[in-house]
Ligand binder design. Structure first.
Ligand SMILES: Cc1cc2nc3c(=O)[nH]c(=O)nc-3n(C[C@H](O)[C@H](O)[C@H](O)COP(=O)(O)OP(=O)(O)OC[C@H]3O[C@@H](n4cnc5c(N)ncnc54)[C@H](O)[C@@H]3O)c2cc1C
Length: 476
């Protein structure tokens, strides 16, 4: 039996692909409607357009990745993405016929179905998995059992110990660990913490991508997609000023990290920030999902929508090779929980659904031929677990937002490190997992004395070639 942990795009596509290749599979998930795939919006990037190619897609990915992409992973994902899309369509999923353009892409290559494409893919994969009779169990995985660097099994909250020699972690990222976030509460870094305690390498933990335009009307978090700004939405403060032009000549169409810092700075000045949608022509027709969201909260296109930048995606995670293999035999990691090196220091929009699908679908080609992770592209640091205080997740979210957030410096990072080194990072509960990945994020951000991709330090605001390398962590 192969166990897949997580039912997002990565876990479900792996389970279906393995089942179709004749393997017995069980999917275990903490929450069936948890994860980011369930709420993902824009679409999936693949070079399927007439004037496009995997090489052009690779070039765009590498530019946005700001010097830290693993070029082997980039070439692999960009070549495999169109093939993975073909397989998804063979399974029965249909994308709309037009391709969308998103920031950082030099070609129209974002495949979509509606403006809730992640949810469409999730619904389809869940339907397919049920149709095939793949077992799906709701339970939380707490830890892994490893002997002599080989996976032997895992422990869940309700079922206790289960023996296994092949486990695929597909548990997503930890964007929820920031007070302002676009993620669901399931995404708190469980898989990364569990794998780290078992001896896996984690890398690139300092690179957390913030999305500039998140809202939360009546506490319902909702991502206001980039396309709204492309179609004329304006960002204003409570004085009515389009302040983003003070930060970048492209104003509202500036890169995500610049815009996130601009909105964050406005909040620090005590101003409020809103999105004004009133200039968008045919709004209801073009953006039915956004329109429904506004209606649910008794607002319409003429109202100003309060916005904030929120933690959105984690570039780093469990380091794997292009087969999804970690350094522990039998342990695989795919999707946002993994670090394939595809995203480098910053993810190109819509590349994460593509990565999850490629690694998920292709894992059945490798599952019986273990090679194992090899790397020589960075510095390795070790970290000892501590048995200190349990910190509440909401407190962790505030600490991270204030100290390891959009604008970082030595003092803030050391504050976070000192809090988390006295915390419980040893136990297997969610709070300890959250404290552990937060500590690794703070440490990596402190070590990296430069600004690159989505890691911004006001005390080191420029890029430094000396830091053109990955930062790895391993348990001491
Ligand atoms: C609002 C939003 C919009 C986005 N839009 C896009 C987009 O348009 N295009 C794009 O490419 N990317 C987008 N992203 C990012 C993308 O959605 C994610 O990176 C991707 O869906 C991750 O898929 P995944 O399968 O790795 O994990 P997820 O979909 O996050 O699933 C993780 C699963 O693991 C389970 N799990 C977690 N911990 C445990 C545990 N301990 N035990 C058992 N199960 C566990 C969870 O219940 C969940 O089912 C968006 C993200 C957000 C939040």
């Amino acid at each position: 039996m192969i166990y897949v942990i997580g039912n997002g795009i990565a876990g479900l596509s792996a389970a279906i692909s393995l089942f179709n290749s004749g393997y017995k599979v069980t999917v275990i998930t903490k929450n069936i409607t948890g994860g980011s795939t369930y709420i993902a919006k824009g679409g999936l990037a693949a070079a399927v357009g007439e004037n496009d190619s995997p090489e052009i897609h690779a070039k765009d990915t590498i530019i946005v990745g700001d010097g830290l992409c693993d070029e082997k992973a980039v070439s692999y994902v960009t070549k495999e993405a169109p093939l993975a899309v073909e397989i998804l369509e063979k399974w029965g999923f249909r994308f709309a016929s037009d391709l969308r353009l998103e920031g950082g892409h030099s070609r129209r290559r974002v495949l979509h179905k509606t403006d809730e494409t992640g949810r469409d893919i999730y619904d389809f994969l869940m339907y397919k998995a049920k149709q095939l009779g793949i077992q799906l169990v709701e339970d939380r995985v707490k830890s892994l059992k490893v002997e002599n660097n080989e996976i032997k099994g895992f422990i869940t909250e309700r079922r206790g110990e289960i023996s296994a020699d092949k486990i695929i972690l597909a548990t997503g990222g930890y964007g929820y660990l920031y007070k302002y976030s676009s993620n669901q509460s399931t995404n708190i870094g469980d898989g990364m913490a569990i794998a780290f305690r078992a001896g896996a390498f984690l890398a690139d933990m300092e690179f957390v991508q913030f999305h500039p335009t998140v809202t939360a009307l009546d506490d319902e978090t909702f991502l206001l997609t980039e396309t709204l700004r492309g179609e004329g939405a304006k960002i204003i403060n409570d004085k009515g000023e389009r302040f983003t032009f003070k930060y970048h000549e492209k104003g509202e169409l500036a890169p995500r990290d610049v815009l996130s810092r601009a909105i964050y700075s406005e909040y620090l000045k005590g101003n409020k920030v809103f999105m004004d949608l009133s200039n968008i022509e045919n709004f209801e027709e073009k953006f039915p999902v956004v329109n429904n969201y506004l209606k649910r909260h008794n607002l319409s296109v003429i109202d100003k929508i309060p916005i904030f930048p929120g933690a959105h995606f984690v570039d780093g995670g469990i380091r794997v090779n292009t087969r999804g293999e970690t350094n522990i035999e039998g342990l695989y990691a795919i999707g946002e929980v993994s670090d394939t090196g595809l995203h480098g220091a910053n993810r190109l929009a819509s590349n994460s659904l593509a990565e999850g699908l490629v690694f998920g679908i292709n894992i059945s080609n490798y599952i019986d031929k273990w090679e194992g992770l090899y790397f020589n592209d960075g510095e390795i640091y070790s970290l000892q677990l501590t048995n200190g205080n349990l910190i509440d997740i909401n407190e962790i979210r505030t600490i991270n937002w204030e100290n390891i957030g959009i604008v970082r410096n030595e003092e803030k990072l050391n504050k976070a490190i000192s809090i988390y080194t006295q915390a419980d990072t040893f136990s297997t509960n969610e709070n300890s997992n959250a404290a552990l990945v937060s500590l690794l994020t703070a440490k990596a951000a402190e070590i990296r004395k430069e600004s690159r991709g989505n890691h911004y330090r006001e005390d080191y605001p420029s890029k430094d070639n000396k830091w053109k390398k990955r930062i790895y962590f391993k348990i001491q």
